[in-house]
Design a protein around this ligand. Structure first.
Ligand code: NAD
Length: 493
């Protein structure tokens, strides 16, 4: 491996080159413990919301396609800084470089999607039962949108929300994870420059710093009609309760517990790759990470030894080294939580292969053969642990896939058309995402992303997810000279 500088120094250099320098005196990088740049605290949440309201009042009157031009220019600026920002994602989160750059590419992709969308915010015309009347639906901007984001996708999930919100005519308040403020700072700086040159209203999209309290303040404020929150189930439960109490709207993207079924007809070569990336990729820190493998008895004894070998050969190390497949976890606390889950699994009769801690934040991914689906397996441990279970009948596998509180992602590896279609049917997978012959992670931006049950029910990114960022108005126009009432009601004076 060529000489790589300390992560904190490199992050500070990247920020300086981007024109938004900060001193390297912040939290430790998961890569080598060196101090990352320290992001200064922003203004109070209250003042930020007041500015966001003013920005919204100006922005909502700008035509949609013109709003789209701002997002187009933002996408171009992201493209220009793709490698630098991708490296910063890697340095701050510990995900391998191709995934760090991939996250920036995801922002660029959603910019392109949003630009097209800016000319397609379609409503409906509906047949009216009254003569000489028109009825139609029109979509209007909603208001300031709060985006609370998680550490594991420090910028892409914000972009899913912000780019759609901006073309929909909303202003944006972004509270990034307190574990990953540096990339947020850099992306916000790129946005600020573009917005200034464009002549966008001041504070159209702004950062809100802080941890849980800042998120709670956003959730509680009646000036924010929509709170989009990504993170753990307990966080989502708290946000949902607060927002519901003021009858606001929340969009929740919470924890997952994805299962993959390996059927007797599965292509085992393809299965090995799908399982290794799905379970161990991003060091198990994706909401869509494969956490449960439900394997048919007939292929179990062939697949498991190969899987153990594949897991054992995954290269662990500095994620800036292109040969690395498994970078560090986000912090030492995450490593401790993984160790505790493995201890519980052993106590429940599980057989653990791998899973050793290797220094402060590095771990080997673990395969855990479990006698049954226990409460432990039903929990989301945000770490590279794959619980392996056996099945003999297809219905049994589906029942196991469904038997968890979360409902984000799922997949089946099979060459049996009946099984594949049954998996996609109403009685098959109960998740927001259902895949055939692939793993459970790595979604594209074109589809609506989100999940059921404790995952929160939200949908973000592609398809018609934009509708949540707007308010729908049903409009009735009487172009006649009389006043007929609906349902034949009479009220003659
Ligand atoms: P987290 O819940 O600890 O924090 C997420 C964000 O919520 C942070 O910005 C945090 O400051 C804020 N927050 C915490 N408590 C809050 C409260 N009471 N009110 C308002 N804001 C609050 O999650 P994390 O550890 O950063 O991320 C990992 C979790 O996120 C995992 O459970 C993962 O599955 C989930 N996740 C889900 C998706 C999805 O799309 N479904 C995507 C990424 C991550």
């Amino acid at each position: 491996m060529t000489q790589i500088p300390p992560a904190g120094t490199e992050a500070a250099d990247i920020l300086a080159a981007l024109g938004c320098p900060l001193p390297a005196t912040g939290r430790p990088s998961p890569i080598d413990g060196s101090a990352l740049p320290a992001v200064p605290d922003c203004d109070s949440v209250d003042a930020a919301i007041a500015r966001s309201v003013s920005a919204f009042e100006a922005w909502r009157s700008v035509p949609g396609p013109v709003r789209g031009q701002l997002v187009r220019l933002f996408g171009e600026a992201l493209r220009e800084h793709r490698e630098a920002l991708g490296r910063l994602v890697t340095i701050e989160t510990g995900k391998p470089l191709s995934e760090g750059v991939g996250e920036v590419q995801e922002m660029i992709d959603i910019c392109e999607f949003a630009v097209g969308l800016s000319r397609q915010l379609y409503g409906l015309t509906i047949a009216s039962e009254r003569p000489s009347h028109h009825m139609r639906e029109m979509w209007h901007p909603l208001g300031p949108v709060a985006v609370i984001s998680a550490f594991n996708f420090p910028v892409a999930v914000w972009a899913w929300n912000a780019c759609l919100a901006l073309v929909c005519g909303d202003s944006v308040l972004w509270k990034p994870s307190e574990k990953t403020p540096v990339t947020a700072w850099a992306v916000q700086s790129v946005f600020d420059k573009v917005a200034k040159d464009f002549g966008a209203p001041e504070a159209l999209s702004q950062l809100v710093s802080g941890g849980r309290e800042a998120g709670e303040a956003l959730a509680a404020d009646h000036r924010i009609p929509l709170v989009s929150a990504t993170g753990s189930v307990p966080m989502g439960r708290a946000v949902a309760t607060t927002v519901a109490a003021r009858l606001g709207r929340s969009l929740l993207e919470l924890g997952g517990n994805a299962a993959t079924i390996v059927a007797s007809s599965a292509d085992l070569e393809l299965a090995l790759r799908a399982i290794a990336f799905g379970a161990a990729g991003t060091t198990g820190q994706r909401c869509t990470t494969m956490r449960r493998l439900i394997v048919h008895n007939s292929v179990y004894d062939t697949l498991l030894p190969r899987l153990k070998k594949a897991f054992g050969s995954l290269r662990i190390g500095d994620p800036r080294d292109p040969a690395t497949l498994i970078g560090p976890m986000i912090d030492a606390q995450a490593v401790t939580a993984m160790g505790a889950a493995l201890d519980r699994a052993r106590a429940e009769g599980g057989t653990v292969t791998g899973g050793e801690a290797q220094g402060d934040c590095y771990v080997a991914p673990a395969l855990v053969e479990m006698p049954a689906q226990s409460d432990l397996v039903r929990e989301e441990t945000f770490a590279p642990i794959l619980y392996v279970l056996r099945y003999s009948e297809f219905d049994e596998a589906i029942a196991m896939q469904r038997d968890v509180p979360q409902g984000l992602s799922s997949s089946i590896l099979t060459n049996d058309l009946r099984e594949a279609e049954a998996f996609l049917s109403a009685t098959g997978s109960d998740c927001g995402i259902a895949n055939i012959n692939m793993g459970t992670s790595g979604a594209e931006i074109g589809g609506a992303f989100g999940g059921e049950k404790e995952t929160g029910g939200g949908r973000e990114s592609g398809s018609d997810s934009w509708k949540v960022y707007m308010r729908r108005q049903t409009q009735n126009v009487n172009y006649g000279r009389t006043l007929p009432l609906a349902q034949g009601v009479e009220f003659d004076l």
